[in-house]
Design a protein around this ligand. Structure first.
Ligand code: 5GP
Ligand code: ZN
Length: 117
């Protein structure tokens, strides 16, 4: 639950540059990179530099970084797909979360996963 980088966390290691990724953009608070198994024409992950296990934990611990992450997701979607996009935050393994470092999935273009509802 700490925001200290976790040496066993995949996304902390990508943020640190220890594991390669196709980086899209970096800001003071966030790093964005392409998902290795894209589920849409555009599938970018936006992660905070700090380690928090999910978006709710991040929001509780650091509202400023949470807002920065949302703003960066919007900016990337504007650049990549003209601003029409789906933003997904899986939280918990039962909901499909597999990497326990908060991240936004920015999905745009043709999306290969069904819409809820
Ligand atoms: P989650 O299932 O936790 O919501 O999302 C984790 C995402 O991370 C998945 O969509 C998965 O494809 C992606 N992913 C897993 N390992 C890597 C990796 O090493 N590099 C990149 N770029 N994406 C990864
Ligand atoms: Zn982490």
């Amino acid at each position: 639950m700490s925001s200290t980088p976790d040496p066993d966390c995949l996304f902390c290691r990508i943020v640190a540059g220890d594991i390669p990724a196709e980086i899209v953009a970096e800001t003071e608070h966030t790093v964005a990179f392409r998902d290795i198994f894209p589920q849409a024409d555009v599938h970018v992950l936006v992660v905070p530099r700090v380690h928090e296990p999910d978006i709710g934990s991040l929001a509780a611990a650091d509202p400023e970084v949470t807002v920065a992450l949302l703003a960066e997701a919007r900016r990337i979607a504007e650049v990549e797909v003209g601003g029409q996009y789906r933003l997904v935050f899986n939280t918990g393994s039962a909901a499909g979360q597999t990497v326990f470092h908060a991240h936004a999935h920015v999905l745009g273009g043709e999306i290969h996963v069904p819409l809820p509802g």
